[in-house]
Design a protein around this ligand. Structure first.
Ligand SMILES: Cc1cc2nc3c(=O)[nH]c(=O)nc-3n(C[C@H](O)[C@H](O)[C@H](O)COP(=O)(O)O)c2cc1C
Length: 180
């Protein structure tokens, strides 16, 4: 069945390694016939959640920045893939800041059911993305009927544009193509 797939790419730098994973995932999902949108947080103004919880009454955030249109896309997508650089063994701050700002969706009817996490880091060991996976799992656990459906980790990439020929690219494409 054709699904709406939203890919959110969090790295702010040109030539981003995790963005290359995001593009491959999106391409795979597109080839499989899904409706896919890839958005980057790079050109977005995303301010910190203030914790006022006004959104729990009104359904919308008091902060006027670029988050509201992203939330519209997010709540309508059945499948969401997040791409992040690993920063200090965790999700990058800009992705965490965005996740905090999804508070208007908390406790409401949302379409999303499956989450994927794509990450890139300089180190190669298996433990490197684990806290980021745990971080995204924490967000997932706060929403009903949502699961971590898959992860791809590209280790050994430090500078921008280092993903050429990396095996994680094909893993990300295959994961996108396998979305059901
Ligand atoms: C603030 C910061 C923290 C980082 N922390 C880690 C780390 O804990 N482990 C690691 O292997 N690489 C770390 N890196 C390296 C990045 O994960 C790596 O350069 C990655 O390829 C960046 O992905 P991007 O090109 O998508 O931004 C860090 C880089 C920065 C700038």
């Amino acid at each position: 069945m054709k699904k709406k797939v939203l890919v959110i790419s969090a790295s702010l730098r040109p030539g981003s390694n995790s963005h290359a994973l995001a593009e491959q995932f999106a391409e795979g999902a597109r080839q499989a016939g899904h409706e896919v949108e890839l958005v980057s947080l790079r050109d977005k103004e995303i301010r910190f959640c203030r914790g006022c919880t006004a959104c729990q009454k009104t359904g919308s955030c008091v902060i006027r920045d670029d988050v509201a249109p992203l939330l519209e896309k997010l709540r309508a997508a059945q499948v969401v893939a997040f791409a992040t650089p690993i920063y200090y063994y965790e999700l990058c701050g800009q992705l965490k800041t965005f996740l905090d700002r999804t508070e208007p969706l908390y406790g409401r009817e949302n379409a999303f059911r499956q989450v994927y996490l794509l990450s890139a880091a300089a180190e190669t060991e298996d433990f490197v993305p684990k806290r980021a996976e745990s971080g995204i799992q924490g967000w997932i656990d706060c929403f009903e009927n949502l699961e971590l459906a898959g992860t791809v980790f590209a280790g050994g990439v430090q500078g921008p544009g280092e993903m050429t020929g990396h095996p994680a690219l094909e893993q990300a494409r295959a994961m996108g193509a396998a979305v059901q």
